[in-house]
Design a protein around this ligand. Structure first.
Ligand code: ADP
Length: 501
């Protein structure tokens, strides 16, 4: 407000002087110079104080609110014992724990763990993100670090606490290796200030500060940060396994009415690779679907559809035309038939309802979580991926661009096989393998698998026609219905090849 009034007065004065015939050029130049200096010195930003999302919160989240992550929880609790029983630790001469680094992919609960850690030690909690410390103006980041530590102490004082926890998300943004940023030394200054603050934490401080950092890229961090006495503990927070996913689903459905048919175990099995944040969103989407259908309880069907939504995105409004739909149906049935041959019972749904970037898709029921793949599994996955396009080729004598993502994934898998020493090249050194040779080996793998699938699907043309017809009518087939149709137990009129083409 004051700023606006001042600007108004200056403009009025300038106009008045101009009307009086005063030469304003030197005055204007002086003003511009002052403005420039004011900005460059970073004063403007500093005067506003720390502007980040340092939301002071006591963090009522506890470890019981975090599903899975048993290892991480155990390690953090162990580390925090020194903070909880600091007098014994001090008597034994143990230096105070200053920093814990949580390393893992986004959405796995690192922020929750930091909040739970604060609650566990009765500390006040303040959070900021690494990007808030990166500014164009030299010195601003360092000043903000000072502010953050100052605020943490103030908050603890206000809340009558002895401990304060500072959480810095994406700490790699400000804690990257020094000397690598060209242009200016701003990043380095910010990191230096963080190191100074950490070194300044002593056992005799009025408030004991614990810094918890989170990152997905520990390899990018400056080694000085990881030295003993700084981030003393590195704790890995991985994507949850099946049991972890089940626990997280239970936590996020605890406040939702579930119908009797809901089987969270089966949903946990079908969500390999989902983070805690994905699962939270899944439970929420299922509730939204129930709300839209004006149902009082969430059904299994809502959860299954929510999985598709979280994985692929919202249903698309634009409908493909009839020719495209026929092609999409045949493509998806190609995938589904090969999937059922490789692992009977593996298809959960086939649909030609476009969603996100996909025009149609086959959802599989994954097996138990697996972290290793054998050569056979990789080959079978490639067969499954190329099957859609080959079905199109057999029925319509041509392929379409709809398969580009399939091919991309298939090529990645083939490359993985080459690097794992599973190709005709034998064991290779990825760094010195000529691109030409790699390309040849990948093409060879893909071609072999394509041939196998072509032979298989040529024998199944009639089934493809049958099932495609029903898929076109119904838009979505359950795995059970698909298996009935494959077994020929309940045959609809086969769709003539000519009708499809
Ligand atoms: P990160 O800091 O690792 O990116 P967050 O802790 O911010 O992830 O998690 C984001 C959201 O995801 C949380 O608010 C919570 O709803 C959900 N979430 C993530 N992991 C878990 C978990 N292990 N248990 C329960 N909810 C979780």
């Amino acid at each position: 407000m004051i700023k606006e009034i001042a600007v108004g007065i200056v403009i009025a004065a300038v106009i008045f002087l101009a009307l009086q015939g005063v030469n304003l050029l030197p005055l204007l130049l002086l003003g511009a110079l002052g403005y420039l200096l004011y900005n460059l010195s970073g004063l403007k930003v500093l005067n506003k104080g720390f502007q980040g999302q340092a939301s002071p919160s006591t963090g009522r989240i506890t470890f019981a609110d975090i599903g899975g992550q048993e290892n991480a929880k155990k390690e953090i609790r162990e580390a925090l014992e020194f903070v909880r029983d600091s007098s014994t630790a001090r008597q034994l001469g143990i230096r105070p724990l200053k920093g814990i680094l949580l390393v893992g992919p986004p959405g796995t609960g690192k922020t929750l763990l930091a909040k739970a850690a604060a609650a566990y030690t009765g500390a006040s909690f303040i959070a900021a993100a690494g990007s808030e410390f990166v500014e164009m103006y030299a010195g601003v980041g360092a000043q903000r670090i000072r502010e953050l530590f100052h605020q943490a102490r103030e908050l603890a004082r206000q809340n009558n606490r002895k401990n304060a926890t500072i959480f810095i998300d994406e700490i790699d943004v400000l804690g990257g290796k020094r000397g690598q940023h060209t242009g200016h030394l701003e990043y380095d200054q910010t990191l230096n200030q963080l190191l100074v603050e950490m070194d300044g934490i002593t056992a005799s401080d009025e408030f004991r500060i614990l810094l918890i950092g989170a990152t997905n890229r520990v390899d990018l961090l400056d080694e000085a940060l990881l030295r003993p006495g700084r981030f003393d503990r590195i704790i890995h927070v991985d994507l949850p396994d099946k049991d972890g996913r089940l626990q997280i689903l239970r936590l996020h459905t605890a406040n939702k009415p579930l119908a009797a048919d809901v089987n969270l175990e089966s949903i946990a099995r079908q969500t390999f690779g989902f983070s805690g944040a994905h699962l939270e969103s899944l439970a929420n989407e299922a509730a939204i679907l129930a709300f839209r259908e004006r149902e009082k309880k969430l059904r299994q069907e809502h959860f299954l559809e929510a999985i598709d939504k979280v994985m692929l995105g919202e249903k698309m409004d634009r409908q493909p035309n009839e020719d495209e739909l026929r092609r999409i149906a045949v493509h998806e049935i190609g995938h589904a038939l090969v999937s059922e041959r490789i692992r009977p019972g593996s298809v959960s749904t086939v649909t030609i309802i476009p969603r996100g970037g996909a025009l149609g898709y086959v959802r599989e029921v994954p097996e138990a979580d697996s972290y290793l793949q054998t050569r056979r599994q990789l080959e079978e996955r490639i067969q499954l991926l190329v099957a859609g396009s080959i079905a199109e080729e057999i029925l319509f004598q041509s392929r379409s661009t709809g398969a580009s993502n399939d091919f991309l994934e298939a090529a990645q898998l083939a490359k993985k096989m080459v690097y794992a020493g599973m190709s005709e090249l034998g064991i290779v050194d990825p760094d010195s393998l000529p691109r030409q040779l790699l390309h040849k080996a990948v093409a060879q793998i893909l071609q072999t698998q394509e041939e196998l699938v072509r032979g298989e699907l040529q024998d199944k043309v009639e089934v493809i026609c049958c099932v495609s017809k029903e898929l076109l009518q119904e838009e979505k087939l359950s795995g059970e219905r698909l298996r009935q149709l494959i077994a020929g137990g309940d045959k609809p009129q086969p769709l003539e090849r000519a009708q499809l083409a």
